[in-house]
Design a protein around this ligand. Structure first.
Ligand SMILES: Nc1nc2c(ncn2[C@@H]2O[C@H](COP(=O)(O)OP(=O)(O)OP(=O)(O)O)[C@@H](O)[C@H]2O)c(=O)[nH]1
Ligand SMILES: [Mg+2]
Length: 230
C-alpha cells in the first residue's frame, strides 16, 4: 500500500478538489491530509468529503510545513505504507504526475519530482520567484553537496525503510528547509536518489505562506547541518 501526505494551511478550495482528483487518479492510495487548524476550516471540509482511505490529521498546537509533513509520514508508517509520497495542496504539483513520482522509487529510495531536469519546467511564476528558487538550489547544493538539481521540491516519494531509518522525530527544520534536511539525511545514509521530471505550476487559489521565519531558517539550516556533521 502507498500513501500520499498533503500538508494544508488555509487551502479549503484547493485541498478538497485535489483530494478528489487523487482519489480518482491513483486508485487505492491512502491520502493523509495534515492541517494546522486552518481558520478557513480546511481540515473539516476535507474530512466531510467522506472519501475512503482518507485520513485528516488536524494539529491544534503545532504549525509549520516541515513538522506537518513529518507527522503525516509517521502516520503513513503506522498504517504500514511501503512508499510515502508528499505533495502540496495547491495544484502546483499535478495529481496526474503522482503515479510517476511514486514509480521513481522502483529503483531508488527517494524520488524527487524535479522542476530542473532537462531545463526549467515552471509555469506562471514571476521572474523574481523563479530566480529565488534557482538561487536557493545553488545555495544548498554548494553548502551541502547534494546530488540533485531540485533540492527544494516538495513533490517526492520515499521508501518506507528509508524513513524508518531516518529517525524523523529528531528533524530540526520546521519550514521548507525540512526538504533540504531530508535529502541531507538521505544522502548521509547513502540512499539512492532519482529525479523524475515534473511540470510545476503556480498555485490555483489562495495565498502563499512563505514568510520571514521560513526564509531565515532556509538561510541558516544548511550551515547548521553541515557544521553538525563534523
Ligand atoms: N499543515 C501546514 N501546511 C502548510 C503550512 N505552510 C504551508 N503549508 C502547506 O504546504 C504546501 C506548500 O506551501 P505553499 O504556501 O504552497 O508554499 P509555496 O508553494 O512555496 O508558495 P506559493 O507559491 O504561494 O504556493 C501547501 O499545501 C500549504 O498549504 C503550515 O504551516 N502547516
Ligand atoms: Mg505552493
Amino acid at each position: 500500500m502507498n500513501a500520499v501526505v498533503i500538508p494544508t494551511y488555509n487551502e479549503a478550495k484547493n485541498a478538497s478538489a485535489l483530494v478528489k482528483r487523487i482519489h480518482s487518479e491513483v486508485p487505492g492510495i491512502v491520502i493523509i491530509v495534515v492541517d494546522d487548524n486552518s481558520p478557513d476550516n480546511t481540515g473539516e471540509i476535507v474530512r466531510r468529503l467522506g472519501i475512503p482511505q482518507l485520513h485528516v490529521l488536524v494539529r491544534k498546537d503545532a504549525r509549520g510545513y516541515g513538522t506537518a509533513v513529518r507527522d503525516g509520514m509517521l502516520k503513513a508508517l503506522e498504517l504500514g505504507a511501503e512508499v510515502i509520497a508528499t505533495m502540496d495542496s495547491d495544484f502546483s504539483h499535478d495529481p496526474a504526475a503522482l503515479a510517476s513520482v511514486i514509480d521513481g522509487t522502483a529503483r531508488a529510495d527517494v524520488a524527487i519530482g524535479s522542476r530542473y531536469v532537462n531545463g526549467v519546467r515552471i509555469l506562471n511564476w514571476p521572474m523574481k520567484r523563479l530566480l529565488l528558487s534557482i538561487f536557493a538550489n545553488v545555495y544548498v547544493r554548494t553548502i551541502l553537496g547534494l546530488p540533485a538539481h531540485d533540492c527544494t521540491s516538495g513533490f517526492r516519494a520515499y521508501r518506507a525503510e528509508l524513513l524508518k531509518a531516518m529517525n524523523l522525530k529528531t528533524i530540526r527544520s520546521n519550514g521548507y528547509s525540512f526538504l533540504v534536511e531530508m535529502l541531507w539525511r538521505a544522502r548521509n545514509r547513502r540512499a539512492r536518489l532519482k529525479e523524475v521530471p515534473i511540470i510545476f505550476e503556480e498555485r490555483r487559489e489562495g495565498k502563499s505562506k512563505m514568510g520571514g521565519a521560513v526564509i531565515r531558517e532556509s538561510i541558516f539550516m544548511p550551515w547548521k547541518l553541515r557544521l553538525a556533521r563534523r
